[in-house]
Write a protein that binds this ligand. Structure first.
Ligand code: GN1
Ligand code: MG
Length: 352
């Protein structure tokens, strides 16, 4: 770690290094130096992001755009190594990047109040709004087909065919649940292909734990985890917020009776997102309920695919965690089917 620190312009010598955050992909550490400076260091997951240079180029372009347009959207700025790069290969297979710890910031996994959700949605809405007019063709796809639901179903079928971890027999019910909903889950993608929804620059991993809140005021400071920033639909980010924050239960809650969409949580997200992004078109507003459903089902499908593959993509802390994650997402999607009209009514409050 000392060697890694030496590559970046940090003040002082390494004093401590602790894992921090709630991500399933990279390894993230809070580093403190003897000069009292704090930094976030991340070791990147090269299996998920083989072309990390693409990712960093995207982020540089976005930062430059926000600066040039004088848009007051706070964004993480990465430190440059003495070689003028934003990444450092440690020679042992690790690729690192770093940025100064945002003072007084916290990252929360679970909303304590509805205002936490409002704040997160406000920040993601503001991120979309801040990037309005960005020439999307300048961005490279850091993970191709990331929210391409039909492709996610193809990958799921491939995993079913391989059954490499011999887990298929155990999850027949979940498999049927997903396959029965394929048409509905792919409707948003069809709308995108038909050009009936505007393509914007979106975050694509919009959840509470990807926003920093101020530790004292709990107001949103900035969105983080920008690796999947790519062209997408507003419904993706809104949908991911509802998927991850619309229910009180944790993403891997094994007790499915505790999983349900809470209309008040949805309302807080709707209010925050539409305040942050006041230029949502009518078509976009009309796609939000479907977006919530699609992101929830798609994420469940990805967890189930990974469970079938033997937990190779999402980090797991215990056996069957990916299965629990898949089941909880499917339970939430099923609840959304029951509450579709309520959800649409709440989304329509944006006008009022
Ligand atoms: C992953 O790393 P993390 O936890 O921020 C995943 C998202 C999923 C999310 C589920 C690059 O995000 O797509 O929605 O887990 N990120 C990637 O919690 O696959
Ligand atoms: Mg994250």
């Amino acid at each position: 770690m000392r060697e890694v620190l030496r590559q970046f312009p940090v003040t002082g010598e390494l004093q401590s290094c602790e894992p921090i955050g709630a991500g399933h992909i990279h390894k993230t550490y809070l580093v403190e130096t003897d000069a009292g400076s704090r930094y976030i260091f991340q070791q990147l997951n090269r299996r998920v992001f083989p072309d990390v240079d693409k990712v960093m180029e995207n982020l540089t372009r976005i930062g430059a755009f926000l600066d040039a347009e004088h848009r007051a959207v706070p964004m993480i700025r990465y430190l440059e190594t003495s070689q003028g790069r934003k990444l450092y290969d440690d020679g042992l297979g690790g690729t690192w990047r770093a940025y100064p710890f945002v003072p007084n910031s916290i990252c929360v996994r679970k909303a304590e109040t509805l205002d936490d959700l409002y704040q997160a949605a406000l920040a993601f809405g503001g991120f979309l709004h801040g990037l309005r007019g960005f020439p999307a063709e300048q961005l490279q796809e850091s993970i191709p087909d990331f929210h391409n639901t039909p492709t996610r179903f193809r990958q799921f079928r491939d995993a079913l065919g391989r059954d490499s971890a011999h887990r298929r027999a155990e999850v027949e019910r979940e498999i049927s649940f997903a396959l029965e909903r394929e048409g509905r889950a792919c409707a948003l993608h069809r709308m995108r292909e038909q050009g009936s929804l505007p393509v914007r620059v979106t975050h694509n991993d919009a959840k509470l734990s990807n926003v920093l809140l101020d530790a004292s005021s709990r107001k949103a400071l900035c969105v983080i985890d920008l690796d999947t920033v790519m062209p997408g639909l507003a419904a993706f980010d809104f949908g991911d917020l509802v998927r991850s924050g619309g229910a009180a239960a944790a993403e891997d809650e094994p007790d499915l009776t505790r999983i349900g969409l809470d209309p008040e949580r949805l309302r807080a997200i709707v209010r925050g997102f539409s305040s942050g992004c006041p230029d949502l078109t009518e078509a976009e507003r009309g796609s939000l309920t479907l977006g919530a459903y699609t992101m929830t089902l798609e994420c469940g499908l990805r967890f189930l695919t990974d469970y079938l593959d033997g937990d190779r993509y999402f980090a797991v802390e215990r056996e069957k965690q990916n299965l629990d994650r898949a089941r909880s997402q499917f339970a939430l999607a099923a609840d959304m089917e029951r509450r579709w009209e309520t959800m649409t009514r709440i989304v329509n409050e944006i006008d009022g």
